[in-house]
Write a protein that binds this ligand. Structure first.
Ligand code: UDP
Length: 427
């Protein structure tokens, strides 16, 4: 088993220390420069090399590949965990599912989330999220037993916008789906903690990410394919990048620093996957908001064998805390995933990670407000006029892509560049 960082860490990779002659004039050696080794960058790099025979240089300022999907086996507890928060792969897109399976074996895994919620009488309960009849029964002393009864319950609770208008913001979206009481218990404070904005200030789409069902189905996602890579996400990225010798990876390599030093002339074709406003920082336009996360980890060695949950701290990989009583949004216990080292679940010891939302730190989420959307459009207009640069991915497109949407978008961007003749077969 790989240890912390594994082979994907710059310091452990052979030959990463010295750039060769190509450092002096990369455009003479490479056909395409890809900035960022996350899902979008790696997908484009892999396609450029394997479908078109292009020589690709892919760089990242971090010392590892995989972007925010990066995971590793933590030496302190022998548990595979993510460095930047839980990543659950799920997709309904057959093209994406077929594509990702080229780089790993995947273990089916249906994600289920629980929420620790305070009832009005002050008693804490643990309930399914997204809400099911069990959630409603436990929280409000209801006795909902069938899909039809659940539908009727929602019918009484829901508050639809007047005149049949679609919900204009996050709050209206939540009220239209679940009504006042569930909104208050499960969505309102969580959303405020996550975005540091009132749901009213956010686009309706954010609050529509979670499914809203009347059935007893308590899965977090409804997609037909839900799985985790057997040897972790990092291995998937390594397999993508080593699938063809035409791909060169350079880590701890800051694009803007290299530009300043005249290493990458802007005429070299570039796929840029970083924040789009960072690319245009020198123009002095207002910056886009990105939400970040802060993680507080705790190792627990004596998870008791006879506790209700066996050798676990909590009953699910993710337990949400949607109340205003604690500042964190959720606690993640990676030990629950099916791609742990063999036998790991049957031994004591675990690591849990409390997740706090933050406005400082690495960018994770675009913040879906109308102000940001309008500002992004201005950046997008500039981007559309760049003949030698394609902007791809969550940060460059300023879109709240799920993992599979990032892959699909990168594949489609690649198709598009190919059709337009920007990228053409070389070898
Ligand atoms: N959300 C909520 N309560 C929850 C879970 C989610 O209010 O217990 C809302 C919240 O606004 C959040 C959004 O749903 O930002 C999307 O949640 P998701 O779990 O999809 O966020 P991610 O996993 O991408 O951080």
């Amino acid at each position: 088993e790989e240890t912390a960082g594994g082979a994907a860490r710059a310091s452990e990779r052979e030959g990463d220390a010295g750039w060769g002659a190509e450092a002096e004039a990369p455009e003479a050696f490479f056909d395409v420069l890809v900035v960022g080794c996350g899902l979008s960058g790696c997908t484009i790099a892999e396609r450029c090399a394997n479908e078109l025979g292009l020589k690709v240089l892919i760089i990242d300022k971090r010392d590892h590949v995989g972007g925010n999907c990066y995971d590793y086996v933590d030496e302190k507890c022998a548990i595979r965990r993510s460095m930047y928060g839980a990543h659950l792969f799920h997709t309904k897109h057959e093209r994406v599912w077929e594509y990702v399976q080229r780089f790993s074996e995947w273990i089916p895994y249906e994600h289920r989330v629980r929420g620790r919620v305070m009832r009005d009488d002050g008693k804490p309960v643990t309930v399914p999220i997204p809400p099911t009849r069990e959630t409603v029964n436990k929280l409000f002393d209801e006795d909902v037993r069938t899909d039809a009864e659940m539908e009727a319950w929602y019918g009484r609770e829901r508050k639809l916008p007047p005149n049949g208008d679609p919900p204009a913001n996050g709050e209206e979206a939540a009220l239209a789906r679940v009504g006042e009481r569930l909104y208050e218990k499960v969505f309102r404070h969580y959303t405020k903690k996550q975005w540091d904005k009132e749901p009213k200030e956010l686009d309706a789409s954010v609050l529509q990410r979670l499914p809203c069902r009347v059935t007893a189905d308590d899965r977090y996602f409804s997609d037909p394919h839900q799985a985790l890579p057997r040897r972790g996400y990092t291995r998937v990225f390594e397999n993508m990048l080593t699938s063809n010798d035409l791909i060169t990876v350079r880590l701890e390599c800051d694009y803007f620093e290299l530009l300043r030093r005249g290493k990458f002339p802007r005429r070299a074709f570039t796929v840029y996957t970083g924040p789009i406003d960072g690319y245009y920082a020198s123009l002095g336009m207002p910056r886009l908001e990105y939400r970040s996360l802060r993680f507080e980890e705790e190792y627990i060695n004596d998870t008791p064998a006879d506790s209700e949950n066996g050798y676990f701290f909590q009953e699910a990989m993710v337990v949400n805390y949607p109340g205003a009583d604690v500042d964190y949004t959720r606690i993640v216990e990676y030990k629950h995933t099916p791609n742990q080292p063999p036998g790991r679940k049957d031994r004591p010891g675990t690591v849990i990670v409390r997740e706090y939302s933050s406005d400082v730190g690495e960018p994770y989420y675009p913040v879906p407000t109308s102000k940001n959307r309008e500002l992004y459009e201005k950046y997008a207009e500039l981007a559309a006029r760049e003949p030698h640069v394609a902007f791809v991915g969550r940060l460059a497109s300023y879109k709240y892509f799920n993992m599979d949407e990032a892959v699909l978008n990168a594949l489609e961007m690649f198709d598009n560049l190919k059709e337009k003749g920007v990228l053409a077969v070389k070898r």
